[in-house]
Write a protein of this length. Structure first.
Length: 347
């Protein structure tokens, strides 16, 4: 974290998850005055309290669905990371209204509370599943992005900057398949793969935190930031895990789960047409046209045909060997290698 956050109060909604835990530790190391965690799970809060053991870490029990609990946690805060969400694709398919209440209504509560509290900058975390969504999770995250962007469309001179970041699979996060593979190996079971040809973007937890920090440093009203990322097939990922751990068990194909896509898109061609290339990142500016359209015709965009989607099937595809290198760089994987007696491999 940069010195920008020194002597500041930062709130992380959904802060007991993998992202929140990592970013809270980094913020505390950077010297912030206070890090607030807003979440509804007191058991996870208690574990985090003991894990980080820092008096500057403050916990607020509440739910983003409840505006009053968000407002209470937001008082006198300078920066907000909005990570609270329902993220599991299958469960959101069975309970779409729950996804709507958390991912959309909850995000609206966070945006309104941030503006009322005079927050300097709010960054909302989104997912590649929000692009051309086919499942309830992706649809509600797409609407979350629209809620965030509408703040700037309706309040172009607002003091609170609201922006979004979008990324794909975060390796070794709570929803990652990598810990599942390792647990299956420990149990001597086959590694279960939905579809070996399925591709996903690969990003480390540190890279996801870096993307959010980049947004805080560079965002203007309504911006969306995307980190360029390689992809790999799920079959190659499973094989890379097997190779790293010297595991000779089988890979079992179990079939695609509820509403999963064969590939994911981090940025659509329509979005890339209004993007700027920042090297490791894309900045996608909002469409700032107002509602005063001409009666019969409106000036359109003639540049979209120059772009193609930033799709996990077409970006740089990692080989099995390259995926092994990527996995070996993860501290969680290195710890697991050591527990298997393979610490020399992790160096």
């Amino acid at each position: 974290m940069t010195k920008k956050y020194e002597a500041k109060r930062v709130l992380i909604s959904g802060g007991t998850g993998s992202f929140g835990h990592t970013v809270a530790a980094k913020l505390l190391d950077s010297g912030v005055d206070e890090v607030r965690i807003l979440s509804r799970d007191e058991a996870k809060q208690d574990r985090m309290r003991h894990d980080l053991a820092d008096p500057r870490l403050r916990f607020y029990l509440g739910d983003v669905r409840d505006h009053s609990s968000v407002e209470r946690a937001m008082r006198n805060v300078d920066y907000v990371f909005h990570a609270a969400a329902l993220k599991q694709v299958p469960s959101c398919e069975f309970f779409p209204m729950e996804a709507l209440r958390t991912n959309v209504v909850g995000s609206e509560n966070v945006v309104r509370a941030a503006e009322s509290a005079g927050v300097s900058s709010l960054v909302c975390l989104s997912t590649d599943k929000a692009v051309y969504p086919v499942n309830a999770m992706g649809m509600t995250k797409a609407l979350m992005e629209k809620v965030a962007q509408s703040h700037g469309l309706n309040n172009p001179s607002a003091d609170t900057i609201v922006s979004c970041v979008r990324y794909g699979n975060v390796m070794y996060s709570r929803g990652s398949v990598i810990p599942l593979f390792i647990n299956q190996m420990k149990a001597g079971k086959p590694l279960t793969v939905t579809n070996p040809a399925m591709t996903r973007f690969m990003m480390s937890l540190d890279e996801s935190v870096g993307l959010v920090e980049y947004a805080f440093e560079n965002a203007t009203q309504g911006d969306l930031f995307i980190k360029k990322a390689p992809s790999c097939t799920i079959g190659d990922l499973a094989q890379a895990v097997k190779n790293l751990f010297g595991y000779d068990g089988d890979i079992e194909i179990i079939g695609t789960r509820h509403a999963e896509k064969l590939s994911e898109v981090l940025a659509s061609r329509e979005e890339l047409a209004r993007s700027t290339d920042h090297g490791a990142y894309f900045r996608i500016s909002p469409d700032n046209r107002d509602l005063n359209y001409r009666v019969y015709v409106e000036q359109g965009d003639t540049t979209q045909e120059k772009y193609t989607d930033y799709d996990s099937h077409t970006v740089n595809r990692l080989t099995v060997a390259e995926t092994e290198v990527l996995l070996r760089a993860l501290p969680e994987v290195r710890r697991e290698l050591a527990s298997f007696g393979l610490s020399d491999v992790a160096k």
